[in-house]
Design a protein around this ligand. Structure first.
Ligand code: ZN
Length: 242
């Protein structure tokens, strides 16, 4: 059984198509999405449709719920807020309803998944350090939890009786005697200095996980962002992964 986990598509169709194509080639049977299908990018309708037809299990990101009007945009910076209202104007009632109905958290077999922090999924806090990840380890019941939100991939492992650590190997083993909190990075707007789309594939029979980084033609996305009148910064950052 192979599971593909992805997050933070942010309406970047070119990156999403590239990741879904990898999942198809790798024979992925379960797809899990940790939220933020929309926001920032120029293709919200098509990205929602593609994620829906991929039969992924999806949880809500803060951008998804902000676009749907379920949360306010008080905590959003001006660029993000502008993209939220631009996105909302593009979506019909049915697509807005889809975003609004996404759950905050979900489970799939041995996995728990959500957008932000397991201890408080509706607070939209970022988990970026080892200490922050360790503090969250008691807030989910399964041995493995996937998150997104920071757009920075990170896997934290805690083997019972030992100090937790950030995993630096890739691929890496999912040990039966350990617990994991894994940020799967961002498909459509990576922020760790690598512009390639990010996702995770798990081979559950082998208990092996692999972070994949995939090149895609972000210049197409950049042109669409410019044509849509979205802030230029949203196009520029795709080239640098920041
Ligand atoms: Zn995001």
């Amino acid at each position: 059984m192979r599971i593909g986990i992805f997050s933070d598509v942010h309406a970047n169709l070119e990156a999403l198509v590239t990741v879904l194509e990898l999942f198809r080639k790798e024979g992925v049977q379960w797809l899990l999405c940790c939220g933020d299908i929309v926001g920032y990018g120029p293709d919200p309708e098509r990205c929602i449709e593609l994620v829906r037809t991929s039969r992924a299990k999806v949880v809500a990101g803060n951008h998804d719920w902000a676009v749907a009007g379920r949360i306010g945009i008080g905590s959003f910076n001006p660029v993000a807020a502008r993209a939220v209202s631009w996105t909302r104007d593009r979506l019909d009632e049915q697509l807005l309803g889809y975003l609004s109905n996404l759950p905050l958290t979900d489970d799939a077999g041995p996995f728990h998944f959500l957008h932000s922090a397991p201890s408080a999924p509706s607070e939209w806090e970022y988990i970026v350090t080892l200490e922050e990840a360790v503090a969250e380890m008691g807030s989910f019941i399964t041995d493995i939890c996937f998150i997104g939100h920071s757009h920075i991939p990170m896997a934290v492992e805690r083997i019972s009786g030992r100090q937790a650590r950030i995993i630096t190997e890739n691929p890496f083993e999912l040990r039966p005697d350990a617990r994991y909190l894994i940020n799967v990075g961002s498909v459509g707007q990576p922020r760790n200095g690598d512009p390639r789309a990010c996702c995770l594939i798990i081979d559950w029979d082998e208990r092996k996980a692999v972070f994949h980084r995939l090149k895609y033609d972000f210049t197409i996305t950049q042109k669409k962002i410019a044509a849509a009148g979205l802030p230029a910064f949203l196009a520029e950052r795709l080239a640098t992964g920041t």
